[in-house]
Design a binder for this molecule. Sequence first.
Ligand SMILES: [Zn+2]
Length: 96
Amino acid sequence: MKHMKTVLILEHTEEVFDKLTCDVCGAESHWDENWGSKEHEKIITTLNLEEEESFPNGGQSTLTQYHICPPCFKNHLAKWMESHRNSAPTVSKSVW
Ligand SMILES: [Zn+2]
């Protein structure tokens, strides 16, 4: 006997992460937002503007991001920042 049952099959589309590319040179990251090339490496670059307003009945936020690979961060963004108003980055290091 052939038994049949009714199943619910949902057909939908969903935005899922595909790849991250540098907004300057177009390079692709290897691991999501990690630009490291080896499994033990973690190289994250961020350039974000977060704007948020909170009120008693709600709020709103806007996040503007540039994704930039480490070479473009060092060779373009950092050099541009340093050449304008002599700005310097905040550098923090840790060892474990
Ligand atoms: Zn780049």
